[in-house]
Design a protein around this ligand. Structure first.
Ligand SMILES: NC(=O)c1ccc[n+]([C@@H]2O[C@H](COP(=O)([O-])OP(=O)(O)OC[C@H]3O[C@@H](n4cnc5c(N)ncnc54)[C@H](O)[C@@H]3O)[C@@H](O)[C@H]2O)c1
Length: 357
């Protein structure tokens, strides 16, 4: 029998990549999205183009126009589809946007996740449930680590931190932003359904996830937005930390590949830090240089001497737990390769839809 996967946030960066990945594995794909990203971020965040792409290119794709906050409708859908795998990526994803839309943020990120978990517990408790969490659950805790300031970036000063931030890093008693708090609530719920009900659940605490299908905007999707600015000759605004703040970047395809490995060998209530690790990390200043070397266009920027509240100074994921538990998984896209893909994708999108892209 054909296996079914339910993907929430299927119009988005990660959701659409997961749909395409499991389509190639012969799954029947059920995508759930209501284009809420356009509500959160305006027309530049519109994801309908990506939905159309999935509808036109996947072999067996059904779109469900649904809000994950609609508890009864979510339960009815999970009962009807009875998926063999659930990948939950629908979210209000912006750290900075959350403060202005506190209820929408919490109801989507925490409430929506609970709706899905409870529906799955009732109708498909043995199906792996993979949740896209975030490194913002660690709040600004990583900023307390001793750091060293280099010419173009910050880095960890202590040797034992050389692999990055591990899953054992504490998540409480620090500043999170409302987004970090709503995602931490969801993360704990997903862990709890794994531990309390023994459901095969995983939280993937993402670093910077990116790829050609991101509708990058200033408030979410750092590399995608930066490339867009460069191609359009638009000024990029750098907030604090001298532009030396470090992010680790992972291609959405490598995220989907990890999810597949988890699906094949699930565990209960697990947590993984999923990012590009040290090798795929860069500061904003370094990202400017990398993009300039690909496009040949200089990136202008404006410096605002005020960091975003709770923003990480230096964060890259320690990937050792993932590699140890799933040795056949590894990164397949280097940072320069990711950037080349982003440049090509934005070129195409800006040519076809200069205003809305
Ligand atoms: N992109 C990153 O850098 C990053 C980093 C860490 C964690 N994450 C997490 O990964 C997940 C996916 O991120 P992404 O970059 O693909 O985001 P995205 O905004 O591209 O995709 C999310 C999708 O969910 C949909 N959505 C939002 N609210 C909804 C609702 N109430 N009902 C139905 N659909 C809804 C949106 O329309 C959008 O298409 C999120 O949980 C995010 O917090 C992302």
């Amino acid at each position: 029998m054909v296996k079914k996967i339910l993907v929430t946030g299927s119009n988005g960066l990660i959701g659409s990549e997961v749909c395409a990945h499991f389509d190639r594995q012969g799954f029947s794909i059920h995508g759930l999205d209501n284009n809420q990203r356009a509500v959160f971020f305006g027309p530049a965040g519109d994801t309908r183009w990506n939905q159309r792409r999935l509808e036109e290119t996947l072999a067996d794709f059904t779109h469900h126009e649904l809000d994950i906050r609609a508890r009864a409708a979510v339960e009815a859908l999970v009962r009807e589809v009875s998926p063999a795998l659930v990948v939950h990526t629908a979210a209000q994803p912006s750290h900075d946007r959350a403060a202005a839309i506190a209820f929408e943020d919490f109801d989507t990120n925490a409430g929506g996740t609970l709706n899905l978990l409870e529906a799955c517990r009732r109708h498909c408790p043995d199906s792996p449930f993979i949740h896209m969490s975030t490194n913002k659950v660690y709040g600004d805790g990583p900023n307390r680590l001793p750091l060293v300031e280099l010419a173009k970036r910050w880095d960890y000063a202590d040797d034992h931190q050389q692999h990055g931030i591990a899953e054992t890093f504490p998540i409480d008693q620090c500043l999170h932003s409302l987004f970090g708090a709503s995602k931490a609530a969801a993360d704990l719920l997903v862990q709890e359904y794994g531990r309390y009900f023994r459901m095969p659940t995983a939280c993937l605490r993402g670093g910077c996830l990116t790829g050609p299908n991101h509708s990058g905007v200033e408030l979410h999707g750092f590399l995608s937005y930066l490339v867009k600015c460069n191609l359009e000759g638009r000024e990029y605004c750098v907030f604090g930390y001298q532009g030396k703040q470090v992010r680790d970047n992972i291609h959405s395809e490598d995220v989907a590949r990890f999810m597949h490995q988890f699906y094949l060998n699930p565990r209960c209530g697990e947590v993984y830090n999923l990012g590009g690790g040290k090798d795929n990390s860069c500061s904003i200043l370094e990202a400017f240089e990398l993009v300039e070397s690909i496009t040949g266009k200089r990136q202008s920027h404006r410096y605002v001497d005020q960091n975003r509240l709770g923003d990480h100074i230096c964060y890259y994921s320690d990937l050792r737990k993932m590699r140890q538990q799933y040795p056949s998984w590894g990164l397949t896209h280097s940072l320069p390769q990711i950037l080349e893909q982003l440049v090509r994708a934005w070129h195409r999108r800006l040519e076809t839809s200069p205003a809305g892209a």
